[in-house]
Design a protein around this ligand. Structure first.
Ligand SMILES: NC(=O)c1ccc[n+]([C@@H]2O[C@H](COP(=O)([O-])OP(=O)(O)OC[C@H]3O[C@@H](n4cnc5c(N)ncnc54)[C@H](O)[C@@H]3O)[C@@H](O)[C@H]2O)c1
Length: 433
């Protein structure tokens, strides 16, 4: 079944807005993407994609005739049946979500004199839909509908995730608006969860919290494995094969980062606190993740003594592979800790080029990063790292020490290739150099 073509305005040309716009165009809809960033819109008009997201370039190119880009609100909304909101909702100082960009969209929405449905894709606290509805009513826009249609895509696989989701969640005040938004997804083969707006908002926050809980859980198991001689990779395999548990998000490492998990966990924790509830489990999940990023230093010190005056190479900077997104990347904490301990930090990443990583020398190849370094940390599991000639690379290091923060490489093979290798939650290398 293919979708009846509808007209959609998407506010926000970021990771979510661009993927949403491109995928809806692929499904046959006419899409106008609006952003306040003129440079970004100019680039998109010129056919350049401002973010790294696999498959997005091809999708934008293939659907160019159904996609327009603008900075103008009136132009975006002029013919739209749906106004998707995909603006950022970063954390405020208090940890609550900053909804200022959302309110700007709501307040700037012109009265087009016909039924338009505002659809919330941005991740927002439970209760936001109700507040938006009141704000629209206060502006005399009772005719504007509101639907929550949260986004579950992951950066790096966002296009695939959008076109082949596990589910589509549609929370509506008005049944017909919900039907219309569900209808936009015709052509996508996935269950549609229909519910009220507050529940849709909570589904997004709860899903993220569940994933983060699994990560912090396996990281704590990893830390106990380290103390007791078990291997967390085998443990996760054995645990994950239990159908009641499943294997996803059971990879131990140096913690989660990114633009969603850290801010959404904090926002849910504060949402609970603001409602008078202390969300103990989530508080622990956040703390475990924070500590996990810092454990790398102790591993390096086991091999090097103090890292003062030593050169440490970071392999990977982005918060995960296949994205250039640096928001809340564990590499930021790691680099900060190493610099504060007096180390020299060199870093390589195939796509992320952060301009604000002060004190870190960014180099263009793994070889450059490792040359004469005292130790390396595998921070992001970029696939190309598995293909390297690690024997030759060991010879270029001052001391061939590798902390594999993602358990990406085979410990035995690395040791045979001359490395003092340490993963996360696996027996440490006793051959301290
Ligand atoms: N990044 C993800 O993988 C992901 C996944 C699921 C949900 N989300 C949620 O989706 C939302 C967007 O995230 P993102 O990563 O795409 O953010 P982003 O920062 O990449 O993009 C947001 C864009 O909105 C633009 N913007 C700000 N105010 C605007 C306005 N008034 N009108 C039009 N555009 C405006 C910004 O200029 C920016 O380009 C957030 O709430 C986030 O939590 C993100």
């Amino acid at each position: 079944m293919s979708a009846a073509s509808r007209r959609i305005a998407v506010f926000g040309a970021g990771y979510v807005g661009l993927v949403t716009g491109a995928c809806f165009a692929e499904l046959g809809h006419d899409v106008v993407v609006r952003d306040i960033d003129e440079t970004r819109i100019e680039e998109l008009r010129a056919g350049r994609v401002p973010i790294h997201e696999p498959g997005l370039d091809a999708l934008l190119e293939r659907n160019a005739e159904r996609l327009r880009f603008t900075v103008d609100v009136a132009e975006a909304v002029a013919e739209a049946d749906f106004v998707y909101v995909a603006v950022g909702t970063p954390p405020t100082y208090s940890g609550d979500a900053d909804l200022s960009a959302v309110w700007t969209v709501v307040d700037e929405l012109p009265d087009v004199g016909r039924r338009v449905v505002v659809v919330m894709k941005s991740t927002v606290p439970v209760g936001t839909g109700e507040k938006v509805r009141h704000r629209l009513a206060a502006r005399g826009l009772e005719g504007v509908g509101y639907v929550s249609n949260p986004e579950f895509t992951a950066e790096g696989t966002a296009v695939r995730d959008f076109m082949h989701p596990d589910r589509v969640v549609v929370g509506a005040f008005d049944e017909e608006d919900g039907d219309a938004v569900a209808g936009l997804h015709a052509g996508i083969d996935a269950p549609v969860v229909r519910c009220d707006v507050a529940s849709a908002e909570m589904i997004k926050l709860a899903a993220n919290a569940a994933l983060m809980t699994r990560i912090s859980f396996i990281n704590e198991i990893a830390n106990v494995c380290e103390a007791t001689g078990a291997d967390v990779v085998r443990v996760a395999e054995g645990v994950g094969l239990d159908r009641r548990i499943g294997s996803s998000f059971l990879r131990a490492g140096i913690g989660y980062g990114g633009s969603c998990f850290p801010k959404d966990s904090l926002a849910l924790k504060q949402l609970a606190a603001n409602s008078g509830y202390h969300f103990q489990l989530l508080a622990a999940v956040i703390e475990v993740n924070e500590l996990q990023k810092r454990r790398v230093l102790a591993k390096l010190e086991r091999h090097l003594g103090s890292v003062r005056g030593k050169t440490i190479a970071l392999l990977g900077l982005a918060f995960k592979p296949n994205t250039d997104d640096m928001r809340e990347a564990p590499s930021l904490v790691l680099a900060g800790r190493l610099l504060s301990e007096g180390a020299t930090v060199r870093a390589w990443d195939p796509v992320a080029r952060p301009s604000d990583l002060r004190g870190v020398l960014q180099v263009g190849s793994v070889e450059e990063a490792l040359a004469d370094a005292d130790a390396a940390v595998l921070v992001t599991e970029w696939p190309e790292l598995a293909e390297l000639d690690w024997t030759t690379l060991a010879g270029t290091m001052r001391t061939p020490v590798l902390v594999d923060g993602r358990n990406m490489l085979d410990p035995g093979a690395m040791r045979r290739q001359g490395w003092a290798y340490e993963g996360i939650g696996r027996a440490a290398d006793d051959g301290v150099v």
